[in-house]
Design a protein around this ligand. Structure first.
Ligand code: PAF
Length: 282
């Protein structure tokens, strides 16, 4: 496994691979890798000649300085996990390498970044858009892999790729879950043992809402029930529970089989903010 810290040698290496006819799969991450990331890497290995994973904690997408400080950084064990998974290339640049100067560019994703995470994390998706654009320009991948857990991020990147004509195929891979259904996340390691047990309620609430809606309960009533259900936990503080159209992220008031609907949740469990989502129809 080759590890690059600088853009120039990385680009040169990838140029040679491309000349040899290899196609390139890319898994962008912020490190603290878990089985969810590794499943993306394995999917990329299965579908491409060369798989590259980036590990970069992008400061520009953090609206909260303490969240950035607390973000787990585990480079050595990440490299070990990637090596075992069979990843070909790792790119872990410094801040200076990625941002020689902070970009003046600002993205506006219209309604897509004004809802859900966008409401609670101002500037977050601008930062994601900037770093993903930069990484796509550095790596120039044929395919790029993202997890469904960050559904809003995926939809925004999909729009970004269309709007800027990036020549990359995006793949949204299913969420990898713990035994109790908790979505794998780099943030889970920050949960205390009591919070870790309570965190399982987030997935449970999504499942409950799904069965209520499929049984014909109204959306507003379902959301109220879920809010009541989560109030039973002393360590969970809900930011939002939304029923949205999966591609536009617009709120849905009436359930229909003709549109893909996602149930999305964000909540603090203790000090740790977690998100999750499921599709209404399998
Ligand atoms: O999903 C993430 O880990 C990050 O938002 C990403 C896509 C690597 C950009 O920093």
């Amino acid at each position: 496994m080759q590890v690059f810290h600088q853009i120039k040698p990385l680009k040169e290496f990838l140029r040679i691979q491309r000349c040899n006819g290899d196609n390139i799969g890319f898994v962008p991450t912020m490190g603290a890798l878990h089985e969810g990331h590794i499943s993306l890497v394995k999917q990329s290995i299965a579908e491409n000649n060369i798989t590259i994973c980036s590990i970069y904690v992008n400061p520009v997408q953090f609206n909260d300085a303490s969240d950035l400080l607390k973000y787990p950084r585990t480079l050595e064990s990440d490299l070990e996990k990637l090596k075992i998974a069979g990843c070909d290339v790792v790119f872990c640049p410094s801040d200076n390498e990625v941002y020689g100067k902070l970009p003046a560019l600002r993205f506006d994703f219209q309604s897509l970044d004004k809802v859900m995470e966008g409401k609670y994390r101002e500037g977050h998706f601008n930062g994601v858009g900037i770093v993903v654009s930069k990484l796509f320009n550095m790596v120039n991948p044929d395919k790029a892999y993202f997890g469904q857990k960050d559904l809003q991020q995926f939809i925004i990147i999909k729009n970004l790729v269309e709007d800027l004509s990036f020549d990359v195929e995006l793949i949204c891979a299913p969420i990898v879950r713990e035994n109790d259904g908790l979505a794998m996340s780099s943030r889970n390691v920050r949960l205390t043992s009591e919070e870790r047990i309570e965190a399982g309620l987030l997935y449970k609430s999504l499942q409950k809402a799904k069965s209520y809606l499929l049984d014909g309960k109204a959306v507003s009533e379902t959301i109220s029930e879920i809010k009541r259900f989560l109030l039973s936990s002393s360590c969970i503080r809900l930011d939002y529970f939304e029923v949205v159209e999966s591609n536009t992220l617009k709120q849905v008031n009436l359930i229909s089989k003709d549109i893909q609907i996602s149930l999305c949740i964000a909540a603090f469990v203790g000090e740790v903010r977690l998100i999750d989502n499921i599709f209404l129809h399998d």
